[in-house]
Unconditional design. Structure first.
Length: 336
C-alpha cells in the first residue's frame, strides 16, 4: 500500500503548499493596551508541502509552534505573512464566502476529545452539524449519513442519540473523526489527536486514521510530540524548534539518519523495548528560549552540544543532506 501511495504522490501536484509562513502574536501594554512592545514569534518563516494521500508528521517540544501551524493552515487564525496554497488556491486571499466553501475540503481533529464536543448536543447532532451548515443533507438522508459515519469510525449507529458524557475518551475522539469526515474533506489537520487517550486506545485510533486514509485518499497534517507514534503513520516528518523547521525528510531516512542535533536528541529519548540494546539519551542543557526574544543565529545553539561560533552569529538555512531530506545546521558538511 505504501508503494502505491508513493507512486501517486510522485505523479501528483502538491495538495498543500506553505511558503515562508509567519505568525507573530503582538504583546501590548499601556493605556488600553494600545502600545505594542514586542511579539511572540510562534511561527517564524516555515515552508512545506503535503501531497494527495500523504501524511506529514509535524513534531517538536510543546510551545514550538506545531498547533499554531495547523490553525494557520486552516485559516482559523490569520497569518502575519507568508503563503498558504491549497488545491491551487491561495487561501489567504479568499473572501469569507469563498473560504466558507473551501472549509468543506479542510477539516480538523482536535486534541481534547472532552473539550471539543458540545456536551448539550447528541453524537448524532454533532456529526450532522457540518452537513446542516453547508446544506448538504436533511431528513432521512441526514440520518443515514450520520449512521454511516458512526459505523465508519467503529461506533454503533444506535449511539447517535447519546450525549458526549456517555462515551469513553476513545469513543469521543471517534465522534470527532466522524465529524471531520462528514464533508468528505481532502485534508485533515490532526492536532495531537491521541495525546489525551490511554496508550491502549492510541494505537486503535491511529490504525483507524491509517485505514481511512487508504479508503478515502485523505491527506493528513499529523501534529504530535510523540515521535514513536509519528513513525507509525507519517510518510514524511518535519521537526520544529522555536518556530522554525530544523529538519524535514522521508520518515525512514530521518529516523535512521537524523542530521540535526535537535532531531538526534529527540530520537535518542524514544524508549527501546529490547533490554539488550543499551542507548543513552542525549541530555540537552538549559531551557527552550523564549519565543518573544529568540537567540540570534541558530535558535538551537544555546542547548546544542556541538555549537560553534558561527552558530551564535549566522542562522543556517535548510540544505539537502540526502534524498528528500533537508536540515538546517552548520555542522552539515563538517565533522563533529
Amino acid at each position: 500500500m505504501k508503494s502505491q501511495v508513493n507512486q501517486v504522490m510522485s505523479k501528483a501536484e502538491p495538495l498543500l503548499q506553505v511558503y515562508d509562513l509567519v505568525k507573530h502574536f503582538p504583546i501590548s501594554k499601556g493605556m488600553l493596551l494600545s502600545k505594542q512592545v514586542g511579539a511572540v514569534k510562534a511561527v517564524d518563516g516555515i515552508s512545506f508541502t503535503i501531497m494527495p494521500g500523504e501524511t506529514l508528521g509535524l513534531v517538536g517540544e510543546s510551545g514550538c509552534g506545531k498547533s499554531t501551524t495547523g490553525m494557520l493552515v486552516l485559516r482559523l487564525i490569520e497569518a502575519t505573512s507568508g503563503s498558504i496554497v491549497f488545491a491551487g488556491r491561495d487561501i489567504r486571499s479568499l473572501s469569507p464566502k469563498e473560504l466558507r466553501e473551501l472549509r468543506k475540503e479542510m477539516q480538523i481533529i482536535f486534541q481534547d476529545p472532552y473539550g471539543s464536543l458540545n456536551p448539550r448536543m447528541t453524537a448524532g447532532s454533532i456529526i450532522a452539524e457540518p452537513l446542516l451548515i453547508h446544506r448538504l443533507a436533511g431528513g432521512k438522508a441526514l440520518d443515514l449519513r450520520v449512521s454511516e459515519l458512526l459505523e465508519r469510525v467503529g461506533l454503533d449507529s444506535r449511539f447517535a442519540k447519546r450525549y458526549p458524557h456517555e462515551f469513553s475518551g476513545g469513543q469521543r475522539q471517534r465522534i470527532g473523526i466522524a465529524r471531520a469526515l462528514a464533508l468528505n474533506p481532502k485534508l485533515i489537520v490532526c492536532d495531537e489527536p491521541v495525546s489525551a487517550l490511554d496508550v491502549s486506545i492510541q494505537a486503535q485510533v491511529v490504525n483507524l486514521l491509517v485505514d481511512l486514509q487508504a479508503e478515502l485518499g485523505l491527506s493528513y497534517l499529523f501534529i504530535s510530540h510523540d515521535l514513536s507514534l509519528v513513525r507509525l503513520i507519517a510518510h514524511r516528518v518535519a521537526v520544529m524548534y522555536l518556530g522554525k523547521i530544523v529538519e524535514l525528510g522521508c520518515r525512514d531516512e530521518l529516523y535512521t539518519n537524523p542530521r540535526h542535533p535537535y532531531t538526534q536528541a529527540l530520537l535518542s529519548a524514544i524508549p527501546i523495548p529490547d533490554p539488550r540494546i543499551k542507548m543513552s539519551p542525549i541530555i540537552l542543557r538549559g531551557e527552550v528560549p523564549s519565543p518573544v526574544n529568540p537567540p540570534p543565529g541558530c535558535r538551537f545553539h544555546t542547548r546544542c552540544p556541538y555549537a560553534m561560533d558561527i552558530c551564535r552569529r549566522v542562522e543556517p538555512g535548510l540544505a539537502p543532506v540526502g534524498r528528500d531530506h533537508i536540515a538546517a545546521c552548520h555542522l552539515i558538511g563538517t565533522s563533529k
